[in-house]
Design a protein around this ligand. Structure first.
Ligand code: 2AL
Length: 251
């Protein structure tokens, strides 16, 4: 029998950098706790957020403003020696640009959650923050090729920063998840915001269906890809961006 080989696998602990692209440090702490909770032995996870940019991302404008800070964190991560990255915002802002900068895998939480949900049931429903983010979530579900599995995307109408502050948030999200499952006839629930990550197992117990938190899903995927010695392809579209003059922090 041939000896299995895993080319490019790091011969040291795997280091994953989780970037919360908004500037709310308390949310970064929550995301880091949830990310570390699923990381395997010998895996270190550090969560960071940019110092400049919006406090939350719930519009196309927010996404555009958050992306330079996110990319600066990816570029810094390459110098710091991280093996892979998670983009911890459900719109997956800057995902393809981040892949151009990184050698290791870069996984967005929406992509990881929606793809993982496809393994767990016939169809999934998403419960997100504001209704204005639904169109973008639909767009990326199409882009990832999983739109046919997505039975519906629903808003709880709680702004991102209120997820931590609003004492009624848990009950509102639970009610939104319950009616999403009933309305859509789906059998898996996807959480549509990194700020909901800490509610995942409680919601699964309450709802009696698998609940996928994208932070946990993305960490698991990055860890698995790195363990398997797999990195971002540098052959074509995701090769490093062309060298040119750029007046940005990360050029
Ligand atoms: C998010 C998220 O995950 N982080 C953030 O700032 N906004 N998603 C959302 N649907 O509002």
């Amino acid at each position: 029998m041939r000896t299995p080989s895993t080319p490019g696998r790091p011969g040291r602990p795997i280091r994953i950098k989780v970037v919360n692209p908004n500037t709310t440090a308390s949310m970064t702490t929550l995301v880091e706790q949830c990310a570390r909770a699923v990381a395997g032995p010998g895996v270190t996870v550090d969560a960071v957020n940019p110092v400049t940019g919006p406090e939350s991302i719930e519009s196309h404008y927010d996404e555009a403003l958050a992306t330079p800070g996110l990319l600066a964190e990816i570029a810094a991560g390459e110098v710091e020696g991280y093996d892979g990255y998670v983009i911890a915002c459900f719109g997956d802002p800057g995902l393809l640009a981040a892949r151009e900068l990184a050698r290791g895998p870069v996984v967005g939480i929406a992509e990881a959650a929606m793809r993982s949900a496809g393994y767990l049931g016939r169809s999934f429903s998403v419960v997100t923050t504001l209704a204005r983010t639904i169109g973008h979530a639909q767009d990326i579900a199409h882009a990832y090729g999983v739109a046919s599995l997505c039975a519906g995307i629903h808003a709880c109408e709680i702004p991102v920063v209120e997820l931590e502050r609003d004492p009624a948030a848990r009950a509102t999200i639970l009610a939104a998840c319950h009616s999403a499952l009933v309305d859509d006839g789906s059998d898996v629930l996807v959480l549509g915001c990194a700020g909901m990550a800490d509610l995942c197992s409680w919601l699964a117990d309450e709802l009696g269906v698998p609940v996928v938190d994208g932070v946990a899903a993305a960490v698991t995927v990055v860890e698995g890809l790195v363990r398997a010695g797999l990195r971002t392809s540098k052959r074509g579209e995701l090769a490093p961006p062309p060298v040119k003059r750029r007046s940005t922090a990360y050029a």
